[in-house]
Write a new protein. Sequence first.
Length: 139
Amino acid sequence: MGIACQVFFVDDNDSLQRIPMARLNRLLHFDRRESFPPYAGKCIRCAMVFLEVAGRQVLSIMNINYFLLRFNEQGRIDKKEWEKGIRLGIDLLPSILNEENPKKVIDAQHRFARRRYEHEFKWKPSRKVEEAIVAAVFY
């Protein structure tokens, strides 16, 4: 048994487009040769589905991550927005070194960062989209 990953872009009309993982990796590594011209200047909903597999047979869906990808005018991932999400993701972690704050003060910065991250970089699927993803994975 192993783990596999499938990636889907979800269009405005909730239709799915399966994206090869290699292509997504090239986009996320800002490969100048890789672009999606139809998505130029748009914010696209993305679903990354982690699967338990045996050979090429899908056994189960382990997890699905829903996130937003912003594309620049050339149809590539907007690097500034991607880096902004990375920085905000780091802020999600509670501070390990809390020596400057008195013990009576609660550091809630990571909680506020989570709300902001979920608002700006995540999305929640409708039941219709979830069912379409399951159907695309298993059929």
